[in-house]
Design a protein around this ligand. Sequence first.
Ligand code: UD1
Ligand code: CA
Length: 474
Amino acid sequence: MKEPFVIVILAAGQGTRFKSKQAKVLHRAGGRPLIEHTVRAARELPAEAIFVVVGYQADEVTAAVKAIPGPMPGTGVQFIRQESPLGTGHALRCGRRELESAASHLLVLCGDTPLLTARTLRRFLEFHLRSGTAAAVLTAEVEDPAGYGRIVRGSGSSITAIVEHKSASPKQLRIREINTGIYCFRNRSLFAELDRLAPDPITKEYYLTDVIGLLHGRGRKVVAYQAPDPAEVMGVNTRVELAQVEQVLRAQKARELMLAGVTLLRPETVLIDPDVEVGPDTVIEPGVALLGRTRVGEGCRIGACSVITDSDLAAGVTVRPSCVIAESRIATGAMIGPFAHLRPGNWIGPDARIGNFVEVKKTRVGRGSKASHLTYLGDATIGDEVNIGAGTITVNYDGEKKHPTVIEDRAFIGSGTELIAPVRVGRNAFVAAGSTIHEEVPPGALAIARARQVSKPGWVLERKKKTGKKKPSP
Ligand code: UD1
Ligand code: CA
């Protein structure tokens, strides 16, 4: 592309039809805020600069754009303020100072078309530059044009006007070619007409779409470029459309993984965020969510309905159904769940086993160690080949501070033990079931810390006699 151009993304509206306090462009689809999808597509083009028009929740939208990882072109993304949402035409007027002198061409995008690809944008821009006209509109032929602006065609590829749905005549409502909200303008032509825009009589908004009619009225040519795939230019105006876009984006990611050798038993049921990596020959059962920066190695199995966030699973890890795992690292051969809860900060060693109804937090579990049932391990460092019996609790919190528990290699912790931290259990030590341990257990020692059992022979029958019943009830 020889001629310099800048990109401007409109993202100042609240999104009335979303019925949300949160700005529409901050709602997420495919694991990213809507605005991020547009910015990512935009930055693949060789623009001189990218501007985002912000207004409603401007600080939050600005922060969401700044948080997008990866390089931005030139000076990064710049922001234009539209203090009151007086329409798409008004939004561009607010950027006059920055945009007018920036380059001779302007590519206008909307923050609510997340499926649009850089490839389509590039072709559209090339078409505009080649046509040498005042403006080009990216259009699409759709089955259901309701809500969109309609394209009124002139001769050849030219357009005479865009009529908004609300203002369209019955005949115009039947037009199935719609305005995608994406335009290329020759800057000089655009800013000359923006000043002449009048507010819409019904909504009082200044419509950017009216610029097309104004240009035509002045004898300037405006052309249409039809998007090859209408699905790509879908605007998200309601939560119904948000759900449709979400489905498309999730399906794209699922397909990408399947083609890379991952088995998805029911691909339409999983939620896999865009930055998640999964190795080949891993099997993902229905209803799984892999979120954030999660990485799953080769040959793993992720059980149904498990939710894994920002975690790292080595090759050959098994996660059985219904586990919740966050910010944890799991080494090869480990087996987790079903119904395990790994809160942030764990390292689960090779071949370790975290079983059902076990909660683990900020804990290191050594190679081959097992906590198979009904246990809480918090702030603990557990060596290799340790056995943690059912119902073990690290009592790590005294109401003010958290304290560490250390369990050394090959120690055996009997069922129903409470380990009152800070405390250490030495190598090869044996803690008897039902103990409450609050002092260090030396290596190789037996610790038994429970009340001695008392059995009173005949006690039950004695009591029944006293209370007058003949036989103890079964
Ligand atoms: C717009 C077009 C319509 C087109 C449709 C495609 C106008 C008048 N209509 O309608 O022809 O078919 O997009 O999706 O342009 N925005 C601002 N400031 C404002 C108003 C909106 O920045 O004052 C931003 C919004 O945040 C959004 C974008 O502009 O990202 C489009 O606004 P929206 O209200 O969704 O326009 P539509 O009614 O969909
Ligand atoms: Ca829209």
